[in-house]
Design a protein around this ligand. Structure first.
Ligand SMILES: Nc1nc2c(ncn2[C@@H]2O[C@H](COP(=O)(O)OP(=O)(O)OP(=O)(O)O)[C@@H](O)[C@H]2O)c(=O)[nH]1
Ligand SMILES: [Mg+2]
Length: 358
């Protein structure tokens, strides 16, 4: 999975990137010309537990790749925006960092700190970028000499998108038929990418539990179907310089139960309808990320196309059942392991062993 980090200049994007990936990229002005790319393990206490039981040679968490692109939107024109956004090809979701923290040392590119102005501004940039892309395509279609059936469908679809975009509605909020959704995939419409807002608070705001315009921002986000996650970039970045086992009391001090990556990953998984299943053994304990609703055969394809093709059965035990039993043998004795066929819909936390023919 790939997630892009976007936002206005100097709002804490690279700080968030660092706290998610622990990559230690340079923050501050001037660190602008190229996107930072890094990978974060998705913390999962179920994997921790399974790893403690199986003592495998290798433990593999689900991973999210993050792309931190340069800030845009403040006074830039559409062309610049498109250049910045081209870094976001093929991302599954974007996180927009919204700056609530105030700082004399780090002035906001637009002067006053104003979360509502910022989210509106960036949203309009995305809408305008999509509209420009759409107009170009429409022009090409309309000028085409032959109007085959597909073109007519595409024209209708683009007109539908235009109506919503002109009403400043992101395409994530629009209902599309399966055919329309498939046709849309050939475009990179930025407002069609699921978005999570990450509000970067300073220490006082975090302690107060609000940045002053909490309700307004929450309503704005809810109207667009976007989850909101508060972070305290600066402080959390300091905390992750500590060894993992020493972090908990400092996080608790800030009123946070988990690290930034744990909170973000949970939100993104829920927002995108993703779940995890696990494979276990002496060699490796591993988490696999799939869309909710995926069947056993497709889920096997995540591991290898051979397993999908030669799928025979899936031996499944739910994570909670396994934990209660304490070992695979006990789980089998208690009848908690099930044999499932290819149509079985995999559930979050299923521990699966696939039987297949090559
Ligand atoms: N006071 C305070 N400063 C912060 C916070 N988060 C980030 N900063 C500082 O703000 C400056 C910009 O942070 P970055 O993470 O580089 O911001 P950015 O959005 O990546 O900036 P550009 O890539 O230049 O657009 C750095 O000096 C950070 O240390 C915060 O929560 N509070
Ligand atoms: Mg940056």
């Amino acid at each position: 999975m790939k997630i892009g980090i976007i936002g206005l200049p100097q709002v804490g994007k690279t700080t968030l990137f660092n706290l998610l990936t622990e990559a230690g990229a340079a923050t501050g002005f001037g660190s602008k010309d190229k996107a930072n790319v890094g990978v974060a393990n998705v913390p999962d206490e179920r994997i921790d537990y399974l790893s403690s039981v199986f003592q495998p040679r290798k433990t593999t968490y689900a991973q999210i790749e993050f792309i931190d692109i340069a800030g845009f939107g403040a006074g830039s024109n559409g062309r610049d925006t498109r250049e910045f956004l081209s870094a976001l090809q093929n991302v599954d979701a974007v996180v927009q960092v919204v700056r609530a923290f105030d700082s004399d040392v780090v002035p906001h590119a637009l002067g006053e700190v104003d979360v509502m102005r910022d989210v509106d501004l960036l949203q309009s940039e995305l809408v305008l970028t999509d509209l420009a892309l759409l107009e170009t395509r429409l022009e090409r279609l309309n000028n085409g000499r032959v109007k085959v059936k597909e073109n007519k469908l595409e024209l209708a679809l683009l007109e539908k998108c235009r109506a919503h975009l002109e009403a400043e509605e992101p395409l994530t909020q629009v209902e599309f038929t399966q055919d329309e959704a498939a046709a849309l995939r050939q475009y990179t419409f930025y407002t069609a990418i699921p978005m999570v807002l990450s509000v970067n608070l300073d220490e006082e705001q975090l302690a107060a539990g609000t940045q002053g315009r909490q309700a307004e921002l929450a309503a704005w986000a809810a109207a667009r179907g976007m989850p909101v996650i508060p972070i305290c970039g600066k402080l959390e970045e300091e905390i992750i310089t500590l060894a993992p086992e020493e972090r908990a009391p400092f996080l608790a001090d800030l009123g946070l139960e988990e690290t930034g990556i744990a909170r973000l990953a949970r939100t993104v998984y829920r927002h995108l309808g993703l779940i995890s299943y696990f494979t276990v053994g002496q060699d490796e304990v591993r988490a696999w990320t799939i869309a909710a609703g995926t069947n056993a055969r497709q889920a096997a394809g995540k591991i290898h196309s051979d397993i999908e093709r030669g799928f025979i059965r899936a031996e499944v035990v739910g994570y909670e059942d396994f934990k209660e039993a304490g070992s695979m043998n006990r789980a089998k004795e208690k009848g908690l392991c099930r044999l499932e066929g290819k149509e079985y819909i995999v559930r979050d936390g299923d521990i699966i062993s696939f039987r297949f023919n090559v």
